[in-house]
Design a protein around this ligand. Structure first.
Ligand code: HEM
Ligand SMILES: N[C@@H](Cc1c[nH]c2ccccc12)C(=O)O
Length: 282
């Protein structure tokens, strides 16, 4: 045979650092000692490792989402939509990663999960403070849910900070007003910890943007990024709900909620309501 496939890489001439400086290595930079020693299954069930790692990976992606979202909100507050859009584009890709993780989780059968579910006690995704911060930053202000974090004062403080600060949509409406759109005063200064209430006036403002995209291009582009973000968020929620249904059926949740019935309720929520209703008005 003349054209044999290579089955190993030729390292000759690569000048590889076979004894790298001890100062900074791959593992020390990435703190892999900490990351890879943080999986402590409570049972000997094979699938528990996957369950732990899916959650840990999701929390890492949530951490990056919050990092990007905080910066994006700060940029919008300074009228800098371009860098904010770069961050929202990255968030969209991260959301796709998060949504993909349901496919891995769904390889676990109901009976395999039930073998270690009891060991989880009353713990639940409900208690993810990063997720709650993300919801608040995106504008889903449900103050009551902050309460489950009281036992962890640091987390509680961060969650409350997000509850009391303007959300991405709040800052977007303030930006829209500075650009010359007629946004009602009630949307520009309010108690940010309260749920946002949709209004005809804000919908009418977005209608102007969508009817004359040439004139309002920056706002139009930004609004479409928000619509993308909300659609992807909804996909995460829907896939979570369906995966939960296929794994535990209609059992109650370990967090105390009705389970799937609770997750279904969240599917009716809107983060940027007028950006959806305006479509009917065009
Ligand atoms: C077998 C896997 C899973 C099951 C059976 C499950 C089940 C549930 C249930 C029943 C709830 C409602 C609260 C309760 O009463 O417990 C819930 C909430 C939640 N879960 Fe999961 N879950 C699973 C995996 C995940 C994963 C991988 C994540 C990723 C971080 C996650 C994140 C959350 C979050 C953030 C909530 C709160 C949602 C909200 O308040 O809107 N869950 N889950
Ligand atoms: N809420 C889940 C249990 C659960 C899902 N994700 C978790 C993460 C950590 C602890 C518990 C959980 C249930 O009712 O079955």
């Amino acid at each position: 045979m003349s054209d044999r496939f290579k089955t190993s890489v030729d390292l000759a001439g690569e000048d590889i650092h076979w004894d790298p400086d001890a100062g900074l290595t791959y593992g020390s930079y990435l703190k892999l000692d900490a990351v890879l020693s943080a999986q402590s299954p409570l049972t000997d069930e094979h699938d528990e490792m996957m369950f732990i790692i899916i959650h840990q990976a999701s929390e890492l992606w949530l951490k990056l989402c919050l990092h990007e979202l905080d910066a994006a909100i700060a940029h919008v507050a300074r009228d800098e939509t371009r860098p904010a859009m770069k961050m929202l584009a990255r968030i969209a890709r991260i959301q796709e990663q998060l949504t993909q993780s349901w496919a891995v989780l769904a390889t676990m059968t109901p009976s395999d999960y039930l073998k270690f579910r009891d060991a989880l006690g009353q713990s639940s995704g409900f208690q993810s403070w990063q997720y709650r911060m993300l919801e608040y930053r995106l504008g889903n202000k449900n103050a009551a849910l902050a309460r489950v974090h009281k036992g962890d004062p640091d987390a509680h403080a961060r969650v409350l900070e997000a509850l009391n600060a303007p959300s991405l949509y709040d800052e977007t409406l303030r930006f829209a007003a500075r650009q010359g759109l007629a946004i009602p005063e009630a949307a520009l200064e309010r108690d940010w910890s309260e749920a946002y209430e949709a209004s005809d006036a804000v919908e009418a403002a977005w209608k102007q943007v969508y009817l004359d995209t040439e004139r309002w291009w920056e706002l139009y582009e930004f609004a479409e990024k928000l619509v993308d973000l909300e659609q992807k968020f909804q996909q995460w929620r829907f896939n979570h709900m369906k995966t939960v249904e296929r794994i535990i059926g209609f059992r109650r949740g370990t967090g105390g909620s009705g389970g799937v019935s609770y997750l279904v309720k969240a599917l009716d929520l809107r983060l940027f309501p007028e950006l959806w209703t305006v479509r009917t008005q065009l």
